[in-house]
Design a protein around this ligand. Structure first.
Ligand code: AMP
Ligand code: MG
Length: 520
């Protein structure tokens, strides 16, 4: 396996002079060199063939002993120096100080087709940043990250990617629900891929320590490699960088709202400086449409990271990034302007996104009412978001009477639809129908447009859990089946219709399906 290694982060930025793998606070350095733990019996479970193509790897490479050894952490690729990044962060609204890659080890960067990619193993053993953790990951959470990050890519949501999923052959002790019932689970390693894994927290670390020298070096590095179009480093360019990160962050979150993805743990150490979805932990997919839903049991009290709050949290996190970048600019106003703009853009972009979900091409002043009325209807009784929007595309103008019947399949409890609820829905379909009369599109054209933004298949929480249960028994067929299904989330795929279904009742309160914790 021949890779075009092109390391920059660990060759151009300050390293921790201490090369022991001991847990510690690291100062005036962006990362620490550390070797992955050698797994006892690594086995390749799945490879993303889309990702291998992007990296320039062929079938022979994937089947090679080299691939198994390098992406399980058994062997270090020649002339590379793996490292863990130093970063800090705000967790659940509180300053958490130094965090860093506690269970992720960056292997190297490669360049292929003029694109730069950093490859990183998640779950490859302890690092100086592991704090109380063991640096390992279990099969359960690795299957979830592997399947979801590739699924998000195919949904056109900005995201980090995954190359491979392996079991390590080692056992890992986890208290899955933090209730004192620890048990051994199978260890696993995912190779994640992104142009860079720099997070808001990398900047916060240096700002908090008033290490402005490294803060500037990190920011200049980020500009040079990932935002060259913004220009040479200057106060003005730093503001432009912030503006672009804000724009991308908002865009990413609007995509999450569109597909019903709830990240679950939007701490600033989990916010990519490239506006990519990163760190797939206790995430979940909306089944019943509900602004208040979060899959993360660790966040059950305050529901800080609930579906409806994600755009606000994006703004809150950007404020932390603004504070971190402020010493480079020494003026608050330009940052405030960007943060204000985020709020205005949020209003207009989410409206535009909802219009697209409804198949509306032109902008009408009353659309906001049509949308809030729809949201009210969706909340009347538990209504599956994915199924509802997909079925809505079948609507034919002038058939308002048939509207409700058409989407009935999205109701979790169709027998409980009272006359009052049905009436409210009928009123909504009437206004939807009137609104459609203003559009130029035919029913068929509108359907085609809607089906490009309303996925038919998403990684429902119970689907991932079924794949995990099988994988725990050593059967990886369902991982492959779901992986392939989710490559074409907007296609009809009639042969896969069984996955276009509401969450089964058994999954309503099952651990892993509706309840997840940060334990992974
Ligand atoms: P997360 O909530 O997954 O984003 O993790 C927050 C922080 O805890 C990061 O610094 C992780 O590297 C660290 N962490 C999480 N799990 C482990 C683990 N098993 N071992 C070491 N560090 C961990
Ligand atoms: Mg994290």
């Amino acid at each position: 396996m021949k890779l075009n290694i092109s390391d920059t982060f660990n060759s151009q930025l300050a390293s921790d002079p201490n090369t022991d793998n001991s847990r510690r606070k690291v100062f005036e350095a962006m990362y620490s060199f550390v070797a992955p733990k050698i797994p006892s019996n690594p086995k390749l479970i799945h490879v993303s063939s889309e990702m291998t193509k992007v990296l320039g790897l062929d079938k022979k490479d994937i089947d090679s002993q080299d691939f198994l050894e390098v992406f399980s952490g058994t062997k270090i690729y020649p002339h590379t120096n793996p490292y863990a990044m130093a970063y800090a962060g705000h967790q659940f609204g509180n300053w958490a100080g130094q965090l860093g890659d506690g269970r992720a080890i960056n292997l190297f960067e490669i360049e292929h087709n003029q694109k730069r990619w950093a490859l990183q193993l998640k779950g490859a053993g302890e690092t100086p940043y592991s704090r109380q953790g063991d640096g390992l990951a279990v099969l359960r959470s690795s299957v979830r990250e592997y399947l979801c990050s590739e699924a998000m890519f195919h949904l056109n949501v900005p995201t980090t990617r995954a190359l491979s999923l392996m079991t390590s052959g080692d056992e890992v002790l986890r208290d899955m629900l933090y209730d004192g019932n620890a048990a051994y689970e199978k260890g696993a390693i995912v190779c994640r891929v992104s142009p860079t894994f720099i997070r808001f927290g990398n900047f916060e670390l240096f700002a908090a320590r008033q290490d402005y020298k490294n803060l500037k070096l990190l920011t200049d590095y980020t500009l040079k490699y990932f935002y060259p179009e913004l220009g040479e480093p200057s106060k003005d360019t730093y503001v432009k960088l912030f503006q672009e990160v804000a724009r991308r962050t908002l865009e990413m979150i609007i995509h999450w709202q569109r597909v019903g993805f709830v990240h679950g743990v939007m701490n600033t150490d989990n916010m990519s400086i490239l506006g990519l979805t990163i760190d797939y932990g206790p995430y979940g997919w909306l089944e019943g449409f509900d602004f208040g839903w979060t899959p993360n049991t660790t966040d059950r009290q305050n529901k800080r990271y609930r579906y409806g709050n994600q755009p606000n949290i994006g703004l809150w996190n950007l404020l932390q990034l603004a504070n971190a970048l402020y010493p480079l600019v020494e003026e608050a106003e330009p940052f405030e302007t960007v943060l204000k703009q985020y709020q205005t853009d949020f209003e207009s972009k989410s409206l535009q996104m909802m219009r697209s979900k409804l198949g509306l091409r032109i902008a009408d002043n009353n659309d906001i009412h049509l949308i809030t009325d729809l949201e009210d209807c969706l909340l009347l009784s538990e209504t599956d978001m994915t199924i509802f929007f997909r079925l809505l595309s079948h609507y034919k103008k002038g058939n308002e009477e048939a509207g409700l019947k058409m989407v009935e399949q999205a109701f979790y409890n169709p027998t409980k639809i009272s006359d009052a609820i049905a009436e409210q829905w009928k009123v909504w379909f009437k206004s939807y129908d009137q609104r459609l009369q203003k559009e130029q599109l035919t029913d068929q054209e509108r359907k085609a447009h809607m089906n490009l933004v309303n996925p038919k298949y998403v990684l429902r929480n119970y689907m991932a859990q079924l794949a995990i249960d099988e994988a725990d028994k050593g059967d990886y067929n369902l991982i492959d089946e779901l992986f392939n299904l989710l490559k074409k989330p907007y296609d009809e795929q009639p042969e896969n219709q069984k996955w276009f279904a509401k969450r089964p009742e058994w999954a309503r309160y099952k651990v892993g399906c509706s309840m997840l914790s940060c334990s992974s």
